[in-house]
Ligand binder design. Sequence first.
Ligand code: ATP
Ligand code: MN
Length: 476
Amino acid sequence: MKRTKIKDILLSEQTDYAVNVKGWVRSFRNNQFIALNDGSGIGNLQVVIGLDTDETLIKRITNGASISVDGMVIPSLGKGQKVEIKADSITILGDCDPEQFPLQLKNRPSLEYLREIAHLRFRTNTFGAIFRVRHTLSYAVHKFFNDRGFVYLHTPIISASDAEGAGELFRVSTLPFDNPPRNEDGSINYKEDFFGRATNLTVSGQLEAELGAMAFSEVYTFGPTFRAENSNTARHLAEFWMIEPEVAFNDIYDNMDLAEDFIRYIIAYAMEHNREDLDFLANRLAEEEKQKPQAERSELGLIEKLEFVLNNKFERITYTDAVNILIDSPANKKKKFQYEIKWGIDLQSEHERYLVEKHFKKPVIVTGYPKEIKAFYMRQNDDGKTVAAMDILAPGIGEIVGGSQREERLDKLTQRMSEMHIPAEEMYWYLDTRRFGGVPHAGFGLGFERIVQFVTGMTNIRDVIPFPRTPKNAEF
Ligand code: ATP
Ligand code: MN
């Protein structure tokens, strides 16, 4: 018989039909009741086995074992579920030694512990919910852009440019580490490397996406990005996924509207399609909050927070206003900030969080940053001091989006590049977009894991990506 998914059986609530289900045993009570899960949803299916079931078979029905069940779907007498399966036959697909299986623990295993056990993580309720939500969000990303006529552009993973000029690059090379070919001055001769030049893993697909936007008008990328930043924070990964739309003819205001619409759309999509998972995660978070001192607890639960974002426009302020708010803030007067706040600095995480969590209590879009702290491609404002940048800051996370209107004026762009010591010759292919029918355009980058964090309420970014890569950690 063909396998039926557990989620479909639980959803339909129909009874009196024969099915086959397959999955992993979550618990086995009284030698009679199996809670079975196949990952299709958070709900387990109760399988009731006959009292005459063979002893040796019963011994093999252990937590974590995989089984196949043929039986009838019947109304359930127990509470907690409307339907259950009366098993006619059970086959063990994979044994699971109860002595060695670590998920016997009655106390809930910690997130840190689960991070160390690759196979186990996905089988827990928490991570099952997180990664189903992550899946839905990524589907919603494509649906949002597809429905609006954007072209999904696959930008390269191996790249010769450092878009941000941040210098946190992973080198890609086939040269021998122990004895690389050298130039006369002793530096490594990358002309002999695989690509005939120095290459690295991409930190952003933006520059390439800009070329696409100059032909398709609306493009987006959604791919892995790599940054060798040695920061062990709860919101940085060395390998993360980024969504980068780039739109011809858009200015900074269109860009803000697009980002807001986009974020609301994917959140609403997850609320509609993963409600059970989100309710589970909301309860998990509520329990976690109870452990915290009163003052640190968030006022809104997870679902309320998401609904709040759906129903309220983001606050929009300039960098200059943001700095003034921070300077005048009670937190600053009480010297609560570790980093000094004054015009010209890059806002630190503590400043960003004060703005969104204490002052505005909602997501905030900050525009008009000083040009010194932003990338060369951002459009210069008429004041000569600021650029048309926009960062979106979210409660609990900080920056989730960084974007800008791009500098479309060739002379201003090359002038800024030379000020920032970015070699224009190497970037000829990028500058060509400004030479041959360039147009005003704008785009942004949204860190996918940061939005998954926001939607699932997980505080550590390592818990929202299946196989996290962080400093000193790439075991599996
Ligand atoms: P941050 O200040 O948080 O390091 P950034 O200014 O370096 O961010 P951008 O270069 O603007 O970030 O990248 C665009 C988006 O990518 C960010 O808004 C964020 O959501 C995400 N992002 C950046 N770095 C990381 C990282 N190391 N891990 C996960 N997401 C990241
Ligand atoms: Mn960064």
